[in-house]
Design a protein around this ligand. Structure first.
Ligand code: 1GP
Length: 252
């Protein structure tokens, strides 16, 4: 399989917008995952992200295996903690919560995970993960034991993202939190986009095509959608149509 980071970079340099479906394995039955894999393949979904800030059902491995058996879309672990490592996936976002000041989420968990990841064949992608205030507390915030960046302070987000890039992060991820009341503000996305050259991922609370359109238009290279697809799998088709008709259609 092609290197995941290289794929993200080359699609970005071709000015193609990208779309990841976030799977919380607690919330999908095997039959639903099989259907999702088929639907996502039909709609050219770029990546599956899988994981969560807190998983309770212990079925991450099973979910990865089902996805790998039923489609060729890259499966990328989006870990909430060090027990969410599955060697059968294709890659892992090695998340450092650079918006916070909790050393465990900046480097502590990474030290524990590093030898396991080194033995695996997983592609490890260093990701500067930034939690953005979004109206109410989210599981990600609670579990990371960090303060989010205030939504009305884009300059803090910009400086944090620049520092992340300077520290060698390969991706920056602006996160409003799963099921966020308010998605990441467009002016924050655009200001961060102007100030970094690495790919920019944005997720949390994207529940309408209009919100997805605004997020892409503001400068997100890749959007992540979880809840809205759990609630209505056909939303995948709407996002695929948006990307194809408004962003990735060939210039004639
Ligand atoms: C959360 O960014 C993702 O980590 C997706 O959030 O579930 O709100 O789409 P939603």
């Amino acid at each position: 399989m092609e290197n995941i980071l290289q794929t993200i970079l080359s699609r970005k340099s071709d000015q193609k917008k990208q779309f990841a479906v976030l799977i919380d394995p607690d919330n999908y039955k095997p039959s639903e995952l099989i259907f999702l894999a088929t639907m996502a393949t039909k709609c050219n979904v770029d990546y599956f992200f899988i994981g969560g800030s807190l998983l309770t059902a212990d079925n991450l491995n099973e979910a990865v295996i089902i996805l790998k058996e039923h489609c060729s879309i890259p499966v990328v672990i989006f870990p909430g903690n060090t027990i969410q490592i599955c060697a059968k996936a294709d890659g892992i976002l090695f998340l450092s919560v650079i918006s916070g000041r909790n050393p465990e989420m900046l480097i502590g968990k990474h030290v524990i995970a590093a030898p396991i990841l080194k033995k695996s064949k997983l592609e490890v992608i260093a990701t500067g993960y930034m939690l953005i205030e979004s109206g109410k507390s989210t599981t990600a915030l609670y579990m990371s034991n960090t303060n989010p960046i205030p939504a009305e302070k884009p300059e803090i987000a910009v400086c944090t993202a620049i520092a992340g890039e300077m520290l060698g992060m390969q991706l920056i991820y602006l996160e409003a939190g799963s099921g966020a009341e308010r998605a990441v503000p467009e002016n924050m996305i655009s200001k961060v986009r102007e100030n970094i050259s690495i790919p920019l991922i944005v997720g949390g609370g994207i529940a309408t095509t209009d919100q997805a359109r605004k997020t892409f238009a503001a400068g997100a290279d890749l959007i992540v959608i979880g809840n809205a697809i759990e609630n209505n799998v056909n939303f995948i088709e709407e996002i695929a149509h948006l990307i194809q008709s408004e962003f990735n259609s060939p210039i004639v």
